[in-house]
Design a protein around this ligand. Structure first.
Ligand code: ARG
Length: 477
């Protein structure tokens, strides 16, 4: 016996292939909590408006409570025949409470129902992602704090440029992730609006109180006023909130991917700047000496798949006429996979970078290991203080362009003698410019160079400490 809600009109049943092709229940069942929550808010409003009786409302509540338990405990029988999560739950409700279950769908369509469910579900996920982003930023700030005075080469074009503080480098990522968090918050605001009441596409003739439902579901703006989609066609058909969420997730993954690339590079024997804990690496089945940075490599790789989901969703939307089209059923798998990939990646990175709390000591252990000597050695190799020498000459009165040229000659000489600028004798340096005095060695040291960049946003340890304090205060609440 066929159980579809529209079967009377149809002269032949759906083939099994078409059923499988059109059904979404095996992935959209993940929306079940949002579906039940949305239905309960709708039913409560139907009763308050006198559209259904309070007895029917009570029956719906009772039935939904049982369905919730059944699904939670894994006893619910999901049926492919019933197409999606919405029809599965509604059919079970009717089985449990009879006509009251059939009245639930009054003034509602699956079109506004599914749009509501996805928004409710995504709102919850955005909140979880926000917490994970705070954890990751805290991990990075902790690592920064421990290594404010560690000096590594800052690169441009991957060529040694100027000495920087490792703490400063970590805080660059904190800035990126804090902007990601802002973006997710903005997406949350636009996601948290109610489509219900739009019905199939044109609104409904029942006297629904949409604002009541919005308030019940916590779909409210900053002032606490209900947030309701203001055009029924738009409400059921646009998935821009899912697209912009995926765009924000893509940027966040891109930030993770850049950090991954650096970790991979830094773990290479040729750098040996850092080591990550063994549990984030794997060995090789043939080369006994290998410890491969699989986790950062996978994160870099998974970024590609999230980028793909963004392209998929945008392309899904671009040709759709108003209002709802079944194309939109295809929004779920990319969206779900984006959320899963991002959450797992954020979790694993917090731990890989910051370590894990040891319950016995309460201290974090097993985070990233930093090798200050290797970093410093690499900085000394690259004439990273050449700019400092040029700045020194400018302070002595040389125009910057001339100073730049003079220092280029000095670097050339140092390369020829295979020494650092700071190792050139004073007499040799004075050969390039007579105004050079003994105090030049203060600016040619890595630490002197670092301390000199004492400007807002600069790498001087004093500035880095200020930024750490700012982030700690921001992340504390
Ligand atoms: N499973 C559908 C989706 O994900 C629910 C809405 C179906 N509406 C419809 N008129 N067929 O979009």
């Amino acid at each position: 016996k066929k159980s579809e809600a529209w079967s009377a009109l149809f002269s032949e049943p759906m083939s099994d292939l078409v059923k499988r092709y059109t059904s979404s229940v095996f992935f959209d069942k993940r929306l079940w909590q949002a579906d039940i929550t949305g239905s309960l808010a709708h039913a409560e409003m139907l009763a308050a408006q006198g559209i259904i009786t309070t007895q029917d409302h009570a029956s719906i509540q009772k039935g939904m409570a049982q369905i919730w338990t059944e699904i939670e405990s894994g006893q619910f029988e999901w049926q492919l025949d019933l197409e999606d999560v919405h029809l599965n739950i509604e059919a079970r409700l009717t089985q449990l409470v009879g006509d009251a279950g059939k009245r639930l769908h009054t003034g509602r369509s699956r079109n506004d129902q599914v749009a509501t469910d996805v928004r409710l579900w995504l709102r919850g996920e955005i909140d979880l992602i926000g917490e994970l982003l705070v954890d990751l930023q805290k991990s990075l700030v902790e690592v920064a704090q421990k290594h404010v005075d560690v000096i590594l080469p800052g690169f441009t074009h991957l060529q040694v440029a100027q000495p920087i503080s490792f703490g400063h480098h970590m805080l660059a990522y904190v800035e990126m992730f804090s902007r990601d968090a802002e973006r997710f918050n903005e997406v949350r605001r636009r996601t948290n609006r109610l489509p219900l009441g739009a019905a199939a596409l044109a609104g409904t003739s029942y006297p629904l109180d949409r604002e009541r439902v919005a308030s019940t579901l916590g779909m409210v703006d900053e002032q606490g006023h209900p947030s309701v989609c203001q055009n029924s066609l738009d409400a059921v058909s646009d998935r821009d909130f899912a697209i912009e969420f995926t765009a924000a997730a893509t940027l966040c993954m891109v930030h993770i991917s850049r950090m991954s690339e650096e970790l991979i590079l830094w773990m290479s024997q040729n750098f040996a700047f850092v080591q990550i804990a063994d549990r984030f690496t794997t060995g090789s089945s043939i080369m006994p000496q290998k410890k491969n940075p699989d986790v950062p490599e996978l994160a870099r790789g998974k970024t590609g798949r999230v980028v793909g989901h963004l392209m998929g969703l945008i392309t899904l939307m671009k040709g759709q006429p108003l209002a709802y089209n079944k194309d939109n059923q295809e929004d779920k798998e990319p969206l779900f996979d984006t959320v899963d990939t991002l959450k797992d990646t954020l979790r694993i990175f917090s731990e890989m970078v910051g370590g894990q709390v040891n319950p016995a000591t309460g201290a974090k252990e097993g985070g990233i290991t930093v090798r200050p000597e290797a970093m410093e050695r690499a900085t000394l190799k690259g004439y990273a203080t050449a700019t400092d020498l040029a700045d020194y000459l400018v302070k002595k009165g040389l125009p910057f362009r001339d100073a730049h040229e003079t220092v280029a000659h000095a670097v050339k000489a140092a390369i020829a003698h295979q020494v650092d600028l700071s190792e050139l004798p004073l007499a040799v340096l004075q050969g390039f410019n007579t105004s050079i005095e003994k105090d030049v060695y203060d600016v040619l040291s890595l630490r002197g160079s670092l301390n000199a960049r004492n400007i807002l946003g600069g790498t001087a340890p004093a500035q880095v400490l200020r930024q750490i304090a700012r982030h700690q205060a921001r992340l504390a609440n």
